[in-house]
Write a protein that binds this ligand. Structure first.
Ligand code: TMP
Length: 217
């Protein structure tokens, strides 16, 4: 059995995560991997209920600590109920956002101190870390234009000031610089196929590492 691994696709709102994730899943399935697609906030029945509460644009009064703890609660359930069992069964998990988003949005953009963020993330993760974060990097102004073109309306986070979204973007770049082995930044302003090809290169190196581990065990 192949050893499972977890890949996160994250980055600016409107950067094209959904298309990239589907492309990566198809690519991996063609190679015989059993792929589990998931997302944050969400991924489990409880997490999806929490998502509805977090993103509801009719409650802009939500406090930043409430927001942080809801993301943390959804993540704790996600890891325990879905991610760890899937990895133990040798599957590949691809998540649309994960813990790096909390650093970017709740710490870097919202301004909650790093110690509190780390405490909540560690509690939710219980020592677990994804193998790779692909960051689709895009100017938030362009991202929001794309979100608006979808015509679905803005959620509570997308409704934040542009300055907030710029800080969140910066938060991802800071993390990628600090941990280059676990972060790959892709320029999401390029055309869709170029973006996907760049992501598949990252996936190739993950697959190679996972096969190497299988051979060693
Ligand atoms: P999305 O799934 O459409 O990207 O929406 C999720 C939103 O929630 C997005 O604006 C990023 C934000 N978010 C956080 O602020 N912190 C987190 O920990 C996560 C997972 C997402």
């Amino acid at each position: 059995m192949n050893k499972g691994f977890m890949l996160v696709c994250d980055g600016s709102n409107g950067a094209g995560k959904t298309t990239v994730i589907q492309g990566i899943a198809d690519y991996l399935e063609q190679q015989g991997f059993d792929v589990v697609l998931t997302r944050e906030p969400g991924g489990t029945p409880i997490g999806e209920k929490i998502r509805t509460v977090i993103l509801d644009p009719s409650t802009p009064e939500m406090g930043s600590v409430t927001e942080l703890m809801l993301f943390g609660a959804a993540r704790a359930q996600h890891v325990e109920e879905k991610i760890l069992p899937a990895l133990a069964a040798g599957k590949v998990v691809i998540s649309d956002r994960f813990d790096a988003a909390t650093f970017s949005f709740q710490h870097y953009a919202r301004g909650i101190d790093l110690k509190t963020i780390t405490t909540i993330n560690e509690l939710a993760l219980g020592g677990f870390k994804p193998d790779m974060n692909i960051i689709l990097d895009l100017d938030p102004e362009l991202g929001l234009t794309r979100v608006n073109q979808r015509g679905e309306g803005l959620d509570r986070m997308e409704d934040e000031k542009m300055e907030f979204l710029h800080r969140a973007r910066q938060g991802y770049l800071v993390q990628a610089q600090a941990e280059p082995a676990r972060f790959s930044v892709i320029d999401a302003s390029q055309d869709k196929q170029t973006v996907l090809n760049a992501c598949l290169k990252v996936v190739d190196s993950l697959v190679a590492a996972s096969r190497q581990q299988d051979n060693n065990s």
